[in-house]
Write a protein that binds this ligand. Structure first.
Ligand code: ADP
Ligand code: MG
Length: 260
């Protein structure tokens, strides 16, 4: 076979095998190996490593995209000195993802603006990087999605989608009082996830107040039972970071004599 013909055949086979990085880089890798008198095995190894690395990167990008995170918050952007009572090491340990393997949950509890959502999103991104499938939702959004799915007779599909996740973020639980239907939906959802899918819940509501918001004491008890069976509760105390930041901004503007 001529060199041209064998290249055409090789490229077609690489496409069939779905090895796009081999396809893209084999010429360059062959040249480099030739220049350094490398072994055939080195050539193959280099390409295989590149194929796997590119595939992992794409997987991470895909999982981050599918998670529907409302903002790209990272742990590295979190200023732990702003919340000195929060145990930084504990948060970093959680970010390593052992809770996911054990199907444990995390609850971030605290007043508005202290960084609950930020930390939940950051852990969600870490999970994506660790190969986990993640889905973000607000509690209200979750309830709406299930109500809509029920109306459209697509409940089974939504439940199947839920089962495919490794981690679901339920943001802002308890911000708005829930009707009986909504409480039931959440109860069903938590039951489905129980010991199968990890949840990260953010809430401003101490557990003692959940019955008031959920309406039904018995249902709330059962829900809390499932949520908190294997849970890491991270309480965040302090003032709103947003408020502090905007006050600081104003101070700086006001303090800068002669400006504007
Ligand atoms: P919560 O969910 O507790 O109401 P958020 O996580 O939404 O608060 O935080 C409000 C805003 O302040 C977000 O933009 C978040 O990124 C930022 N923020 C809060 N705490 C911190 C922090 N300690 N370091 C950096 N940014 C923070
Ligand atoms: Mg929040």
């Amino acid at each position: 076979m001529t060199a041209g013909a064998s290249a055409v055949l090789l490229e077609s086979l690489l496409k069939t095998l779905k090895l796009p990085t081999f396809l893209k880089e084999y010429r360059q890798a062959a040249r480099q190996c030739g220049e350094t008198n490398g072994h055939y095995e080195d050539f193959l190894l280099r390409l295989a490593e590149r194929e796997v690395a590119v595939r992992e990167q794409k997987g991470i990008a895909r999982r981050l995209r599918k998670a529907d995170f409302p903002a790209a918050k990272e742990l590295s952007d979190f200023d732990f000195s702003a919340v000195p009572k929060l145990n930084k090491q504990r948060v970093l340990d959680l970010a390593r993802g052992d809770y996911l393997a054990k199907h444990e949950n995390i609850v971030f509890l605290g007043p508005p603006g202290v960084g609950k959502t930020h930390l939940a999103l950051a852990l969600g991104r870490e999970a994506c990087r660790q190969g986990r499938k993640v889905q973000y939702s607000t509690a209200a959004g979750l309830v709406t999605a299930f109500a809509e799915a029920r109306e459209k007779r697509e409940l089974l599909r939504l439940e199947a989608k839920t089962r495919r996740q490794d981690l679901v973020l339920v943001d802002e639980l308890g911000y708005v009082p829930l009707g009986q239907g909504a409480a039931e939906t959440l109860f069903n959802f938590f039951s489905q996830c129980y010991e199968r899918i990890s949840l990260i819940v953010t809430t401003n509501l101490p557990f003692s107040q959940w019955p008031q918001v959920f309406g039904d004491e018995r249902l709330t008890g059962a829900l809390l039972d499932r949520l908190t069976h294997r849970v890491h509760i991270v309480s965040i105390e302090g003032e709103s970071y947003r408020l502090k930041a905007s006050l600081k901004g104003r101070e700086q503007k006001g303090g800068g004599a002669g400006q504007g």
